[in-house]
Design a protein. Structure first.
Length: 170
């Protein structure tokens, strides 16, 4: 009995150590041309975003093979906020992948890690159709896991997303 409890505690600690810490909030919006933009707000312990990947989202929190992988090859972003157009990320980001065409009803997820891979931003599944319903003064979609495969959805302004990340950092 004691051995089983020790093994369970060791396995739980090992699995927790393998999972990246969540140190910030990710959001998504559409720009004026209808392109997907990742809006990233992070805590000081996160460091700086180094990898951003767009996945097809599957059930149960799983994702499929990456559709688009961006790697930061230039300067660190300043401050704790970055808006990154996935189809046109600028000179500080590199990809070998073509920009995928997104389908309004399909589910996607944008995941972001720091340089070490030990920290990530909170992420969630979304559809492009959801983004088209955003109010113009609160264009950033974010979601929090509510349990049982459900998410609480919220549209925020960029400053509100920054504040949400700051609240998570406390």
């Amino acid at each position: 009995m004691i051995t089983a409890m020790t093994l369970t505690a060791t396995l739980t600690a090992t699995l927790a150590a393998c999972s990246p810490a969540v140190d910030g909030v990710g959001g998504v919006r559409l720009d004026g041309a209808g392109r997907l933009v990742a809006v990233l707000a992070w805590c000081p312990e996160f460091g700086r975003p180094a990898t951003v990947i767009l996945y097809p989202a599957e059930s149960g929190g799983r994702v499929g093979e990456p559709l688009l992988r961006l790697r930061r090859t230039g300067e660190d972003p300043e401050g704790g906020l970055l808006e990154l157009a996935l189809s046109d990320p600028g000179p500080d980001w590199h990809t070998d992948d073509p920009t995928p065409t997104l389908v309004d009803e399909d589910h996607y997820e944008v995941r972001t890690w720091d340089e070490s891979g030990e920290h990530r931003l909170a992420s969630f599944p979304f559809t492009p159709a959801e983004l088209r319903t955003a109010p113009s003064d609160q264009p950033v979609l974010t979601k929090k896991y509510a349990g049982d495969g459900r998410y609480d959805t919220e549209f925020l302004s960029v400053p509100e997303l920054q504040q949400a990340a700051a609240n998570e950092c406390d």
